[in-house]
Design a protein around this ligand. Structure first.
Ligand code: ADP
Ligand code: ASP
Ligand code: MG
Length: 421
């Protein structure tokens, strides 16, 4: 079971979480063995990140990890205490105690392995394990964290390590919706969504699950359910699957055949306001020019997403436009400035005031016209598309950030996803 930040925000909420854990632990004839992964209280990680920035703008990521991992240490201890107050046996297992072994790349460390024999022994003895998400330990014995939203990945990794029957991700909405239900009131809850679609939705901004957690679940075959922790005092076990299940293609086919799911052209719509646009003007239009631009960015681990190279004008020059995460914009700009002579561009123009809107669905593989519907719906509302990128099951457009909510709503209606009254 994994509980996110809003679910862990304060004593009262933690008590509700403890109730849900108790109900799950009591389920089944002989009870159920439960490992719980928790996030820091809502807002806490942001607060800690700010302290790091204030202390040293160019902070050392290893020390950053020491600071930001502390929020989860607090909530794991508090949940263990609360479970004990209900008369249950429980203890916390910090990242270094399990241990959760990760790569060295601080602040976005990848999980390599979880060694859980001691914890499994404790589970078998009837103790509930409480594990702080987001944190691990590197080969050098230093604390690492797994990137924002990383507790989801911790939870899936723990589930894989103990060969759990299921990984229930409890959050502040009761499942995965056709789009962020906080933006579109008529968003519909999905009974199930395939790993492939969830992976794509997460990677284009549906923050309900961290992208890596979905990739790991798919690879390790972990059954993941997303559901709400905001239930009354009479919490019940989640075995009757009240949330959204992440399923394989075969399971989805079965659900459709049995009339439990409808096949849609578009499954969901996501938005991302965390990217920034960079335009380099008057880049020489010759072989090797774009390599000079993107090689240094790749070496600095800066992810480039959408790329457009305009048609060369008469003078053998062209403009190159692309997007990077906002948090990497300053670094990217500095790297490019350093290479102005080498690349040979004229000006560098940046803009953080953009958003990426994406429509995702496996139905696109076999149907034409999905992109056309998108561009028509946006243009009918006067929304200008600045860049486009596609994959087999996704179309993304870059627009002005101010039009994000409108664009998501318009597309939700255009693809027939709105819930009926
Ligand atoms: P937690 O703290 O539990 O990890 P997050 O804030 O990371 O929770 O993720 C849950 C949020 O994801 C929801 O409150 C919702 O606003 C947002 N969200 C974005 N897209 C979707 C979607 N398609 N379905 C459900 N929630 C979504
Ligand atoms: N507390 C971390 C964050 O806010 C990890 C998580 O909640 O998943 O990003
Ligand atoms: Mg989250």
């Amino acid at each position: 079971m994994k509980f996110g930040g809003t679910s862990m925000a304060g004593t009262e909420r933690i008590r509700r979480v403890a109730n849900i854990v108790r109900a799950q632990a009591a389920a089944g004839e002989n009870g159920t063995q439960v490992a719980v992964v928790v996030s820091a209280m809502a807002g806490e990680t942001d607060r800690l990140v700010n302290f790091c920035r204030e202390a040293n703008a160019l902070y050392d990521p290893a020390e950053y990890d020491v600071v930001v991992s502390s929020g989860e240490q607090v909530t794991s201890g508090l949940l263990a205490l609360t479970l004990q107050s209900l008369g249950l046996e429980a203890r916390s297992w910090l990242g270094w105690q399990l241990p959760v072994r990760t790569a060295e790349n601080h602040s976005k460390a990848r999980i390599d392995a979880i060694e859980a024999p001691n914890m499994i022994e404790a589970l078998e003895a009837g103790q509930i394990a409480v594990i702080p998400g987001f944190q691990g330990i590197s080969e050098n014995g230093r604390i690492t964290t797994m990137g924002r939203g990383g507790s989801d990945t911790s939870a899936v990794a723990v589930a894989a390590a103990v060969k759990a029957d299921r990984c229930d991700i409890y959050t502040d909405v009761d499942g995965v919706y056709t789009t962020d239900p906080r933006i579109v009131a008529r968003a519909r809850k999905l009974k199930a969504v395939t790993y492939e679609e969830m992976l794509e939705l997460a990677s284009v901004g549906a923050k309900v699950l961290q992208t890596r957690s979905v990739g790991l679940a798919m690879k390790a075959g972990v059954r993941v359910q997303v559901l709400s922790s905001f239930v009354g005092d009479d919490a019940i076990a989640a075995d009757d699957l009240p949330g959204t299940m992440i399923v394989s293609d075969e399971e989805m086919d079965e659900l459709v055949e049995n009339g439990l799911m409808e096949r849609q052209l578009v499954t969901g719509i996501a938005h991302d306001k965390n990217e920034a646009k960079i335009i380099l003007t008057r880049v020489p239009d010759k072989p090797g020019a774009v390599a000079e631009i993107f090689d240094p960015l790749a070496k600095a681990s800066i992810n480039v997403d959408m790329i457009i190279q305009n048609v060369g004008r008469d003078k053998g020059e062209t403009d190159v436009t692309f997007t990077v995460p906002q948090s990497d914009l300053a670094r990217a700009q500095a790297l490019l400035e350093e290479r102005r002579e080498l690349i040979g561009f004229n000006r560098i123009i940046t803009d953080s005031h953009i958003a990426k809107i994406s429509v995702v669905g496996v139905g696109m593989k076999s149907h034409a016209g999905v992109a056309g519907t998108m561009f028509r719906a946006l243009s009918d509302r006067g929304i200008n598309v600045q860049a486009i990128s596609t994959s087999e099951i996704k179309i993304s457009v870059m627009i002005d950030e101010d039009e994000t909510e409108l664009a998501v709503r318009v597309l939700h209606t255009a693809y027939g996803l709105d819930a009926e009254d």
